[in-house]
Structures are given as structure tokens and as C-alpha cells.
Design a protein around this ligand. Structure first.
Ligand SMILES: Cc1ncc(COP(=O)(O)O)c(C=O)c1O
Length: 410
């Protein structure tokens, strides 16, 4: 599955696993049948190791990863500094719950606050992107005492019930409705029309991805975000930036908020924050956390010593290897190169969250790249090929990708 929705159109023909129906008569899966619920479309390759932008499969073949494990492998696969931090912490203390303070959790909160635009400085840790958004929405509703949320067309925010309710698409909304969750009001992304009417004093929060991942790496217009910010401030509405896919350096600055020059009240992060260990973070302005007290939010595993060690090492690698500058340089190179390729009709997105708009369906192109052992993503837009490689992707790797694309699209 190389998109969030699990609806890659090519998979029927070449998926090899995960599609098992019911188990055998004895209630156990047959030996050849997967015991996994068939919720993911998958590509027929089994990774066994990885380094930088490359993974190696069980046949010993190397694959160029322009998909980054779905934007998670931010520092590249199995970065030695991250692996060492995980191993060292695991050997010292694998886990203790939030009932005891831990240095890693506190240091990571301080480091995130330092990297987020002021005044965002209050941090809550959880384990995934959906959980971060769920907690952000919960916080906004508690702070405002209001229920309605505004989100945007094309927005994608995760699979918990509260996240489904703010995600665009009938299939997701159905899931929220079945659970009795009030749906958000969806306003057209990037349109200034009727903003004033939608963002009013009855609304608890607006949630928006500054660059929409699932939609095909579609960037917000700065004027749109500015006007949303202005109206949220005017009406006491909490503005949430879902930076789960576009944050943690992916746009060439640590936060997407910085890249757009617009500061929300809450930023949510996950995916690349710990280079592959599960973590989610809510970073909020103190003003929206004044009502929060012991027991209002919580998570057994959230902010555990090992994921926090991995995240601290990830931040160190981003600094030490100047990955933000690398993202900007390699992005410029990729965009310029892609624009030269016949049949690429546009490039969406920013940094290393890019959508190549093709004059044809993207799925067969993705498949042709796969046959050349290059992993890429698709999106909700059938003509967009999505690229989300590690932040450490090199110019040489970008050239390999561009050369393969030129061949495939010729
Ligand atoms: C923008 C965005 N928000 C939220 C999520 C949900 O994150 P998770 O799968 O970690 O729950 C995703 C996942 O793809 C995402 O891209």
C-alpha cells in the first residue's frame, strides 16, 4: 500500500499478500493464508534491511526508496545514530510509564518547543498521528467549550473516530457517522469564499494540513492560511496544523508553520519524528492549555524512554547532517529535473513532499518504477505521483529517480 487510503489502483494485479479471506474451517488460517486482517494493499517485496534511502529485500535486491516508508524514515533507514540511541536506552531502561518522570521525555519536549514557532511550547506525547490529532481536537474543544470543527476539502487526518469526522471523503465520514461523531464542516481548501461565515464564534477548531499529503502534496496558499489565522484569532477558534506528513523538516524548515510564516495554536507531529519508532506529539500554545489538568490527556506508552531517545537522536541527525538545507537543495534539484521530463505537466508540494502531476494515470507509472526497483507513492488524485523520500535523499539518488522517470514517461 503506497497511499493512506489503501486504494492504489494497481494492486489487484500484483499484490501478493494480506488479501486472505476467512480462516479455515477450524477457525485458524491455513498455512498459506495470512492471519492478518486484509486491510492493507501491499506491494510484492519483503524488506529485510535498509540503509539511507535504500532497502534490501529477501532476495538480496536493493530498492531506491522515494517513499520513505510513508514519510517516516526521515533520517534514512536504520541511521546508526538513531539505532544506537534506541539500543542504549533499551539496554538501560526499556520502559516506564508516565507515572514516573523521565529525562528523555522532558528533554524531547524542550527540544520540540525550541524548534516550534513561539509561543508554541507545551507538549503532549502519544503514539501516532491520528492520536495526536485526536488529542489536539479534544484540547481545542475543552479550551473553547464548543463542539463544531471546520476542516478542508482534501484534508486527511487519520483513522480514529474524531479524525475520520474531520477527514474529507464519504468513506471516512461514514465511519464517523456510524459512531455518532459529529462531522466537521468542510470548506474548500485554498478558497477565500465564505471563510468568514464558516469560521465563527461557535467553532472550536480549524484543522488543516499546510501541505495536504493524501490529496497529492497540494500546498496551502499563504493568503488562505493567513486569513484562516486571522479569523481564528478574531473568534477565539483554535487553529490546528496537522504537520504529521509535512512537518519535522520535510518542507526544509523544522515546522511547516515556519515554511508558511503562519503560526497556529497547535501543531501535531508523528511519522518522521522518531525515524520509525511510534510517536506522536501535540505542541500547543500555553493559551489553549490553561484548562488542562492532571488526567485530562494521557497515554500508557506516550513519551516512553525509547521512542523519545529515537526522536532526540533524529533531531540531532537533522542538525548534524544539515538535513533541512539538504531538503531545500535536493527539492530544488528534483523539481527542476521533473519539470524537464516529458509528460510531467506540473509539480505540486514543497520540500521533499512533492506531487508530480502527470498527463496520464500515476498508478501504471508507479508500477513501472517499481519494476525498476524504485518505490514511490500515489495519492487521492489519480494523476499525481507522490514523492516522500528520506530527508537525507541525495542529488545522486534524485538523479536516479529522474532518469528512471524519464525512461518510464518517454
Ligand atoms: C496528514 C496526516 N495526518 C494524520 C495521519 C495519521 O497518522 P497515523 O497513521 O500515524 O495515525 C496521516 C497518516 O498518513 C497523515 O498523513
Amino acid at each position: 500500500m503506497l497511499n493512506e487510503a489503501g486504494r492504489s489502483r494497481v494492486l489487484g494485479a500484483w499484490a501478493v499478500e494480506g488479501g486472505g479471506a476467512a480462516g479455515s474451517a477450524a477457525g485458524r488460517p491455513a498455512a498459506t493464508e495470512s492471519a492478518l486482517l486484509p486491510v492493507y494493499a501491499q506491494f510484492p517485496v519483503r524488506p529485510v534491511s535498509g540503509q539511507g534511502s535504500w532497502i534490501t529485500d529477501d532476495q538480496g535486491h536493493r530498492w531506491l526508496d522515494a517513499y520513505g516508508g510513508h514519510a517516516v524514515s526521515s533520517t534514512g533507514h536504520s541511521h546508526p545514530q538513531v539505532v544506537k540511541a534506541i539500543a542504549d536506552q533499551a539496554a538501560k531502561l526499556l520502559f516506564y510509564s508516565t507515572v514516573l518522570p523521565h529525562e528523555n521525555r522532558e528533554r524531547l519536549a524542550t527540544e520540540l518547543a525550541r524548534r516550534c514557532p513561539p509561543p508554541l511550547s507545551k507538549v503532549f506525547f502519544c503514539n501516532s498521528g491520528a492520536e495526536a490529532n485526536e488529542n489536539a481536537l479534544h484540547l481545542a474543544r475543552k479550551h473553547t467549550g464548543r463542539v463544531p470543527v471546520v476542516s478542508v476539502t482534501g484534508g486527511w487526518h487519520g483513522r480514529t473516530v474524531a479524525c475520520l469526522a474531520v477527514t474529507d471523503g464519504a468513506k471516512y465520514e461514514e465511519g464517523a457517522k456510524r459512531a455518532g461523531m459529529p462531522l466537521s464542516r468542510k470548506i474548500p481548501f485554498n478558497s477565500m469564499d465564505n471563510l468568514e461565515r464558516a469560521i465563527n464564534p461557535t467553532v472550536a477548531a480549524v484543522i488543516v494540513e499546510p501541505v495536504q499529503g493524501m490529496s497529492g502534496a497540494i500546498a496551502a496558499r499563504v493568503e488562505f492560511l493567513r486569513e484562516v489565522r486571522r479569523l481564528c484569532t478574531e473568534h477565539g477558534v483554535v487553529l490546528i496544523f496537522d504537520e504529521i506528513q509535512c512537518g519535522v523538516g520535510r518542507l526544509g524548515s523544522f515546522t511547516a508553520a515556519e515554511a508558511f510564516g503562519v503560526t497556529p495554536d497547535i501543531i501535531t507531529m508523528a511519522k518522521g519524528l522518531a525515524s520509525g519508532l511510534p510517536i506522536g506529539a501535540v505542541v500547543a500554545s500555553p493559551a489553549v492549555t490553561t484548562t488542562i489538568t492532571t488526567g485530562d490527556l494521557g497515554s500508557t506508552f506516550g513519551g516512553g524512554p525509547v521512542p523519545c531517545a529515537a526522536a532526540l537522536a533524529t533531531l540531532e541527525v537533522i542538525d548534524d547532517e544539515q538535513l533541512l538545507a539538504n531538503v531545500r537543495a535536493v527539492s530544488d534539484h528534483l523539481v527542476a529535473g521533473a519539470k524537464q521530463i516529458k509528460n510531467v505537466v506540473g509539480v505540486e508540494g514543497r520540500g521533499l513532499l512533492l506531487g508530480l502531476r502527470l498527463n496520464r494515470p500515476a498508478a501504471p507509472v508507479q508500477k513501472a518504477l517499481f519494476e525498476r526497483r524504485i518505490l514511490t507513492g500515489t495519492s487521492g488524485d489519480p494523476t499525481i505521483l507522490r514523492l516522500l523520500p528520506p530527508l537525507s535523499f541525495t542529488r545522486a539518488e534524485a538523479d536516479l529517480l529522474l532518469a528512471a522517470l524519464t525512461e518510464v514517461l518517454a
